[in-house]
Design a protein around this ligand. Structure first.
Ligand code: NAI
Length: 251
């Protein structure tokens, strides 16, 4: 894709699932990839996979809910690779299920801290560095859970609606700096996160994909392709968009 080769891309939550697939896709498109995760061993494995696919990569530790950690990550990436052009703020957790009246404050805080504060902190520290390059792109991972509601996982749904709002606000702020900010809203994707809901239970997967016109989970590479496209010149007039990549979640 145009405008990816030779650029520096930072991916959080790169140790697994969608983040790992995006890191590999950026590498295949010719970007230098900073693969960051709270699980540093998993990030290291992703960096190895990017290199196996012909790209250049390095692994970094980050806890996206911790401002010092995020600030240190962005500085380390710039020190290592000379700048930052693209960021995929993707790290996220599902948290505990249960109705609002039975949710614990602890679970609420944990999910909001990783999924929403993490995206805020990422953009806060990435934007000045991307601005220094004269422009670039940010993609935040929201979800169909950022567009619709459903019973039983309210902190997660609230966090993802927050990511959509944050994405639109940031897009309005930085458009004149040549920075585009979008979100991907995946439907059900075949990753370890979904595996924790469906393991050993085929009916659970069937129920999860039922609201999608395409009654199958996405391969993580299908989300990664959208993320790379949202950073490429091919999407040069697209900003502030929560892009559904959901197999037709039309319910
Ligand atoms: P995953 O569980 O396979 O990977 C998440 C990665 O984030 C893990 O490597 C984990 O170590 C990392 N992580 C967790 N907390 C972190 C923290 N505080 N700091 C840094 N890294 C941290 O999950 P998956 O499915 O790849 O999810 C990635 C993103 O996509 C999440 O934001 C998730 O909410 C979102 N998503 C996933 C969907 C799915 O069906 N799998 C659907 C829609 C959105």
């Amino acid at each position: 894709m145009n405008g990816i080769s030779g650029k520096v891309a930072l991916v959080t939550g790169a140790g697994s699932g969608i983040g790992r697939a995006t890191a590999v896709a950026f590498g295949e498109a010719g970007a230098t990839v900073a693969a960051a995760d709270v699980d540093e061993a998993a990030a290291t494995e992703t960096a190895r996979l990017v290199e196996e696919a012909g790209g250049e990569a390095a692994a970094f530790h980050v806890d996206v809910s911790d401002e010092d950690s995020v600030a240190a990550l962005v500085e380390s990436v710039v020190d290592r690779f000379g700048g930052l052009d693209f960021a995929h703020n993707n790290a996220g957790i599902e948290g505990e299920g249960g109705p609002v009246a039975e949710q614990t404050l602890e679970n609420w805080d944990r999910v909001i801290d990783v999924n929403l504060r993490g995206v805020f902190l990422g953009m806060k520290h990435e934007i000045p560095r991307i601005r220094e390059r004269g422009g670039g792109a940010i993609v935040n991972t929201a979800s169909v859970a950022g567009l619709v509601g459903a019973a039983g996982l309210s902190p997660y749904y609230a966090s993802k609606h927050g990511v959509v709002g944050l994405t639109k606000s940031a897009a309005a702020e930085v458009a004149e700096d040549g920075i585009r900010v979008n979100a991907v809203c995946p439907g059900v994707v075949d990753t370890p996160m979904v595996g924790r809901f469906t393991e050993g239970n085929e009916e659970a997967m069937t129920a999860l994909v039922e609201p999608q016109a395409m009654k199958r989970p996405a391969d993580p590479a299908e989300i990664a392709a959208a993320v790379v496209w949202l950073c490429a010149d091919d999407s040069s007039f697209v900003t502030g968009v929560p892009l559904p990549v959901d197999g037709g979640y039309v319910a």
